[in-house]
Design a protein around this ligand. Structure first.
Ligand code: ZN
Length: 283
């Protein structure tokens, strides 16, 4: 079972992909995959509903647009420079504890939707990341307990405008938060189906050219540590997203950076979690 949401932008409805590949609408049983869903034990209820044969659920076409697999979260917390090779290409030192920043939740976007390059922007970049979907409220949770709070995983692209991020004053959020700078998908895989989130390959292609080819086992701060660490500084709510950082290969790290241009097609994938793709368009 994987979680998807189908329908027009802003009007998505919850659905599942079954083990046999069929897509079945779940909106008769569940309002949406959102904070309330996860907080109320929705994952268990959804699993049970699927086990019972998806009673009342109609099959949907694989051609229907899918949006992000969960509703827009209360926050998107990101880890910067969490892979050593990326920290080196980024510059400004190797972190000794997790670097945290936020993306505005209004950047939330579907896995195959076009992504706009902001007007005047010239240094737009991609970052494939393992996204963790929080399942229960996390506040001062230990590393040993942290993984039991995870609802599932997905592929996330932390789109960035490097000039806004690095060449202007203040925090990174200016370069991280434009509309559609946060696509996630194509589906959410329940945590129970991902035995080891630190053993997954993740990659990015731009116009078919392999740019990033990393391994989640190379994170300097693994998922359980990052979640525990974040929960010391803020409460993670059900349905929140933690983006765990990107491996090397971003445009910024090249001698002659190949920043994203309108017309480029960006494909991103993680082993076992699926692939997504976005066309870059002029914003
Ligand atoms: Zn990132």
């Amino acid at each position: 079972m994987k979680l998807i949401r189908h329908g027009e932008i802003g009007r998505e409805e919850p659905a599942v992909i079954l083990a046999n590949g069929k897509r079945v609408d779940a909106s008769g049983e569940f309002a949406d995959y959102d904070e309330g869903f996860f907080a109320a034990g929705g994952m268990e209820a959804l699993s049970q509903w699927v086990e019972d044969g998806c009673l009342g659920g109609r099959e949907i076409s694989p051609l229907v647009r899918i949006g992000a697999p969960i509703d827009r979260p209360s926050k998107i917390v990101c880890v910067g420079k969490n892979y050593l090779d990326h920290a080196k290409e980024f510059g400004e030192g190797i972190p000794t504890e997790p670097v945290l920043f936020m993306k505005a939740s209004s950047c939330w976007s579907g896995p195959f939707d076009e992504v706009m390059r902001p007007p005047g922007a010239e240094k737009m970049d991609y970052e494939v990341e393992l996204a963790v979907v929080i399942g229960q409220t996390m506040r001062h949770v230990s590393e040993d307990d942290a993984m039991s709070y995870v609802a599932g995983y997905s592929v996330f692209c932390d789109y960035s405008e490097r000039a806004y991020q690095k060449e202007m004053e203040g925090q990174w959020m200016k370069g991280k938060s434009y509309d559609r700078f946060g696509p996630m998908g194509p589906w959410m895989v329940p945590a129970s189906q991902v035995p080891d989130p630190q053993a997954l390959r993740l990659w990015t292609k731009v116009n078919g050219e392999l740019r990033q080819n990393g391994y989640t086992g190379d994170m300097m701060f693994p998922v359980k540590m990052v979640l525990s660490y974040i929960s010391r500084f803020m409460t993670l709510l059900p349905g929140d997203i933690v983006a765990t950082g990107t491996p090397s290969g971003v445009a910024m790290g090249m001698n002659s950076p190949k920043y994203l241009q309108p017309g480029d097609y960006v494909e991103l994938g993680i082993e076992g979690l699926g692939e997504m793709g976005q066309r870059i368009v002029a914003g």
